[in-house]
Design a protein around this ligand. Structure first.
Ligand SMILES: Nc1ncnc2c1ncn2[C@@H]1O[C@H](COP(=O)(O)OP(=O)(O)O)[C@@H](O)[C@H]1O
Ligand SMILES: [Mg+2]
Length: 411
């Protein structure tokens, strides 16, 4: 578990045994790293940040709850020193807006957003009680074929819907998949971290897609990157996600990723080295599954399956009767319409520099995404109305001042 420690020099999150801070290179002090100073901070709704769930390059995620552990939520906080970077701040808003709007059961939804007292932007989201696939793989080495099939189907059905709406994740890796359980105790994979996601201008466009959101300069983790990402291409499409998922499934079956070594080596291998068939590492993997993985891992996106739906159809035909599946048609029917997604992004990400502030706690039942969204929606409207009243008051005040000075000058 994340020990919740930071570098006293720059505040960057660190692991307990880290010899030097990865951000500012301060050596670990003799007494050890400092506890994260945000622990104990209070959100506007009264919940308290209790422990750090994880951290990445751009910020940390905390568990926040009320006294006695009630109503836990997760809070993603952008590092305060990065919140002045307009590109990162915009990406952070995009993540919050996309995950709140998508309404796909596998996608962990954002609820509300705001700023901590030191100005660091945050958004709250559903707390998912389940380990990351990275931890599961570190502990177990490999997963049973049946579990990998359930994992594949759940992620593919979510991707099929998200891609259809023009949303590409671009950072699929085991740490961004949480292995949760549904109410019946069955595996339910939850997809996290849309921090590098992109919304295509035209979800049905053929050929190189136009970008509605700007591309990121440096992308994700080399191990799970697609060849086009490894080349630094700015115009990756949904087939890049299929490659990354192929690497994840390969890693889960084989016990090793297709390519290992230094970052430079891994990038080069993604571009030019054909991977060993997964069955070389794990002979009990059914041949058809091995073939599907090899297709997902094709270097040229044109040689990969055309869509997540296409992979799903082949999997379902080859392995009928597997449990834990989602019907993409039902998911599609429940998901946000594309027009609403674009409207939300234009409103909260492209046109504004900030998100409406968090006013109240999301009181809704956290297992109901729709109810939570309904509960979360009026917040923006409320704070919008507050701003309008404030503007009116300031305007009237200025008018009064003007009239008064005119009277004074005339006298
Ligand atoms: N909603 C959540 N519920 C439980 N754990 C979470 C949640 N969100 C994030 N985490 C944990 O925090 C880690 C970092 O979160 P993530 O959104 O991936 O941030 P980053 O963009 O920094 O990688 C995740 O790998 C996961 O372990
Ligand atoms: Mg992450």
């Amino acid at each position: 578990m994340d020990p919740g420690l930071t570098c006293g020099g720059c505040g960057h999150p660190v692991d307990r045994l880290e010899p030097v801070c990865p951000a500012c290179e301060t050596p670990r002090p003799g007494a050890g790293w400092t506890p994260d100073p945000r622990l104990g901070d209070r959100l506007p709704d009264g919940r308290v940040l209790r422990r750090r769930l994880g951290f990445g390059l751009t910020g940390s995620v905390y568990l926040a709850d009320r006294e006695g552990g009630h109503e836990p939520i997760a809070v993603k906080v952008l590092r305060p020193d990065l919140s002045g970077d307009p590109e990162l701040a915009r990406r952070f808003r995009l993540e919050a807006v996309l995950t709140r709007s998508l309404n796909i059961p596998q996608v962990v939804p954002a609820y509300e957003w705001g700023e901590l007292p030191d100005g660091a932007p945050f958004f709250t989201m559903e707390f998912v009680d389940g380990p990351g696939l990275d931890r599961v793989l570190a502990e177990q080495g490999t997963l049973p074929v049946e579990t990998v099939l359930v994992l594949a189907r759940q992620v593919l059905s979510a991707l099929d819907v998200a891609h259809g709406l023009g949303v590409i994740h671009r950072d699929l890796k085991p740490a961004n998949l949480l292995m949760a359980r549904d109410a019946q105790g069955r595996l339910l994979v939850r997809i996290l971290d849309f921090g590098f996601a992109r919304l295509l201008a035209d979800a049905s466009a053929d050929g190189p897609p136009r970008r509605l959101t700007r591309a990121r300069t440096v992308l994700g983790t080399p191990t799970y990157m697609s060849p086009e990402q490894a080349r630094g291409s700015l115009v990756v499409d949904s087939r890049s996600d299929l490659y990354s998922l192929g690497v994840i499934l390969y890693r889960a079956l084989a016990g090793v990723a297709p390519f290992t070594g230094s970052q430079q080596d891994v990038l080069r291998h993604h571009i030019e080295t054909p991977p060993h068939p997964v069955t070389v590492h794990r002979p009990d993997v059914p041949a058809e599954l091995g073939r599907i993985l090899s297709q997902m891992l094709e270097k040229d996106p044109d040689h990969r399956p055309a869509s997540a739906g296409a992979v799903l159809a082949v999997l379902n035909a080859a392995f009928p009767g597997s449990t834990g599946s989602f019907d993409p048609d039902q998911l599609r029917a429940a998901a946000a319409p594309r027009a609403e997604l674009v409207r939300q992004v234009e409103r909260h990400v492209l046109r504004t520099r900030s998100l409406p502030a968090m006013a109240d706690a999301p009181q809704a039942d956290q297992t109901s995404v729709a109810a939570t969204r309904a509960a979360a929606t009026p917040v923006g409207a409320r704070s919008g109305r507050r701003r309008a009243w404030l503007a009116l008051a300031v305007g009237l005040g200025l008018l009064g001042l003007g009239v008064a000075s005119w009277l004074v000058l005339r006298a």
